[in-house]
Design a protein around this ligand. Structure first.
Ligand code: SAM
Length: 284
């Protein structure tokens, strides 16, 4: 992303989560803050016509995946908290709203929002504008994954490396270099037993058929126009091996079929994720 500019794609995916609250019934990801966080103007526009941002036939796939990945991460977080997770690090948080609707008793789970400094400054101004107070259980950690290590940024923010920690990394890895993604995953692998991570990633184009490839090209062109080009692509099998070598003891690949079976079964509206939707769930 551009050095001194907040991420435009952060606003876009937040719009998808807000649209999910208005358009989809039943919702698979219930976020009472989703509409407010997109800003007053965007919220009014969306409420006036929630379909107006459906610009391509792929829009519902994207909206479904943006909702599903947040739901999956927060489902895994809840399981983690039962196992003793006491810190939640949201990597590339964008306009994620978990910290402002944290369901756990105060003091149980400390949230660290890690993001590019330009996006974080913009988000803090947005929170101020819409009147959302900063919870005591939240700390911001500005980090540029390309030029700083996550460890430095988290330590400066008061992260405790001795505590079991859950990390989510949603809609971010594709914007980074492979080296930056791997360095961050290695850091997560060094967290105490019981820690874990959920992230999504883009599949290597060489593994796709021609229909999937043209979808990927269409999406890639859109983010490149926002000057946030995709850089990292992965093969699920190789990535699984890499994660095991790093020290993750449990590694689970969640492809589109599994995501649809888990969250989008028996719907009348046929909402579902598309074939480019891939999640990884790994535990130390
Ligand atoms: C598509 S948004 C996803 C935001 C959020 N995770 C969500 O799902 O709503 C991409 C996020 O990655 C962050 N990002 C991109 N490049 C980054 C970098 N080099 N260092 C830190 N954050 C970065 C952006 O600031 C933005 O918040």
């Amino acid at each position: 992303m551009k050095q001194n500019r907040p991420s435009a794609t952060a606003q876009r995916v937040a719009m998808q989560r807000a649209a999910h609250q208005l358009l989809d019934n039943p919702k698979i990801f219930d976020d009472p803050v989703a509409l407010r966080i997109i800003g007053k103007e965007s919220a009014s526009a969306l409420q006036a016509d929630a379909h107006q941002f459906e610009t391509t036939p792929l829009s519902s796939y994207l909206r479904a995946f943006v909702a599903a990945r947040s739901r999956f991460a927060e489902d895994e977080l809840s399981l983690g908290v039962r196992r003793g997770v006491r810190q939640y690090v949201i990597l590339g948080a964008g306009l994620d709203t978990f910290a402002y609707r944290n369901p756990f008793p105060e003091g149980l789970l400390h949230v660290f929002e890690v993001d590019h400094p330009a996006t974080q400054t913009w988000k803090r101004a947005r929170l101020d504008e819409i009147g959302i107070a900063l919870p005591a259980d939240l700390t911001f950690a500005p980090v540029d994954f390309e030029t700083q290590t996550l460890e430095e940024g988290l330590r400066a923010a008061g992260y405790d490396p001795g505590k079991s920690t859950f990390f989510s990394w949603l809609g971010v890895t594709e914007y980074l270099t492979t080296e930056a993604v791997m360095a961050t995953l290695r850091f997560i692998a060094s967290a105490p037993a019981g820690s874990g991570v959920v992230f999504d990633y883009m599949i290597s184009p060489s593994l796709l058929n021609s229909v999937q490839r043209s979808r990927l090209d269409a999406l890639a062109q859109r983010v490149a126009r926002a000057e946030e080009p995709w850089q990292a692509f992965f093969d699920p099998e190789l990535l699984t091996t890499d994660l095991r070598v790093m020290g993750f003891r449990f590694v689970e690949v969640k492809g589109p079929e599994e995501i649809n079976a888990r969250y989008f079964k028996n719907r009348k509206d046929e909402l579902r994720v598309g074939s480019l939707s891939h999640l990884m769930n790994a535990r130390v």
